[in-house]
Design a protein around this ligand. Structure first.
Ligand SMILES: Cc1ncc(COP(=O)(O)O)c(C=O)c1O
Length: 377
């Protein structure tokens, strides 16, 4: 079946007790044991397993073309669970512009572990190969990257990880399985912040890890889900599932709008550079065309005149909302360097935009009035 159909049906059944077509939210924290002491329906206690969470996990695994999925209370809870699965002294390779929060988890939360980490430019395959050490256990990939939208060749980096006997894991948050399926390209696992496009309405927080095959790291993450405790609420699982029903169609609209906005920005005299992999002159466009079915809804652009000029543009928007995050119906804009704070590698004149589901004419009108017409100001 195709992804639009899977997105509507997998993990949902008409409720046998009531005939309800929309699945119920199972709030019960505990489940009845049979007289023989068994749990014939497979559920005993909510942290260990919950039917609504089970439905979401089944659906996400199907969408990614994976074997199994485990859902968490946030995207970063997934990352923490993954890193907890490593041994002290293990080495990680990660993109040099990896999502800022993940850098905080690796360098902050896990500072005492400790883990060795090499941050490399993953668009340079030679650099990735050179970063491999005898103790490399995990290769983290993010493509398109956040916030520079750099494109990594998924098959090639997965191959480097395989040869190094390391596990490759791709952050699929920007693309969702609708635009890119890393597991089909040989990547071992995908993690998602379901808070973003999957939930799709900026009203829930969640995360998930989906695996292509059995491996020790996935098993450790599963154990961590059970005993670490960072499980998603049934309501958040239900909201994520509801979001998934429309995900393929929403992603198309996000891509369509983002391409129109990227084209407009590229021609504007106040814009120094646009980062959007759907544009033919993006350095990763050729690889992106092979592994993505659309350019996505995220773009960033650098404003002529530096940080202050970028801040002025962000201050003048009226339809775009100045807010962090992404993947909801509203278009959002943010000055990324100031969100990331001291130590950021993001250019000071860069604004990141999550292009929403409004009409693209209105988005362009808003940017037009926010950008200085002569290219300065
Ligand atoms: C690309 C990417 N991955 C992961 C995360 C983390 O997800 P969460 O906020 O659900 O923990 C984010 C959050 O902004 C993100 O942008």
């Amino acid at each position: 079946m195709k992804i639009e159909t899977l997105a509507v049906h997998v993990g949902r059944r008409t409720d046998p007790a009531t005939g309800a077509v929309t699945p119920p939210i199972h709030l019960s924290t505990t489940f009845e044991r049979a007289a023989d002491g068994e749990y014939p329906l497979g559920f005993s206690y909510a942290r260990e397993g919950n039917p609504t969470r089970g439905s979401l996990e089944e659906c996400l695994a199907a969408l990614e073309g994976g074997k199994e999925a485990v859902a968490f209370s946030s995207g970063l809870a997934v990352a923490s669970a993954l890193l907890q699965g490593l041994e002290p002294g293990d080495h990680i390779i990660a993109p040099d512009d990896v999502y800022f929060g993940l850098r905080q988890v690796i360098g902050g939360v896990f500072a005492k572990w400790p883990l060795e980490t090499s941050y490399v430019d993953m668009t340079n395959l030679v650099g990735v190969k050179e970063a491999v050490r005898p103790n490399t256990r995990l290769v983290l990939i993010e493509t398109p990257s956040n916030p520079l939208l750099k494109i990594t060749d998924l098959s090639a980096v997965a191959q480097v990880a395989r040869e190094a006997n390391a596990i490759s894991v791709c952050d699929g948050t920007f693309t969702t399985p609708v635009l890119q399926r890393p597991l089909d390209l040989g990547v071992d696992m995908v993690w998602q912040s379901t808070t973003k496009y999957i939930g799709g309405h900026s009203d829930m927080t969640g995360g998930a890890l989906i695996t292509r095959h059995e491996n020790y790291l996935f098993e450790r993450v599963r154990k961590f889900q059970m005993f670490g405790g960072a499980v998603p609420s049934p309501f958040d699982c239900w909201l994520a599932l509801r979001g998934i029903s429309t995900l393929p169609w929403r992603m198309r609209a996000h891509c369509e709008n983002a391409l129109v906005v990227a084209d407009f920005l590229q021609q504007h005299p106040a814009v120094e550079r646009v980062h959007y992999p759907g544009l033919p002159d993006h350095p990763g466009h050729e690889v992106a065309s092979r592994q993505m079915s659309g350019g996505g809804g995220m773009l960033s652009f650098q404003v002529r005149g530096g940080r202050e000029a970028a801040m002025r543009v962000a201050a003048r928007v009226q339809l775009f909302t100045r807010a962090t995050s992404l993947g909801g119906p509203h278009s959002l804009i943010e000055h990324r360097a100031s969100i990331e704070g001291p130590g950021t590698r993001t250019p000071q004149n860069l604004l990141r935009a999550s292009i929403g589901l409004e009409n693209s004419d209105d988005l362009i009108d808003d940017l037009e009035q926010a950008l200085p017409p002569e290219g300065k100001g």
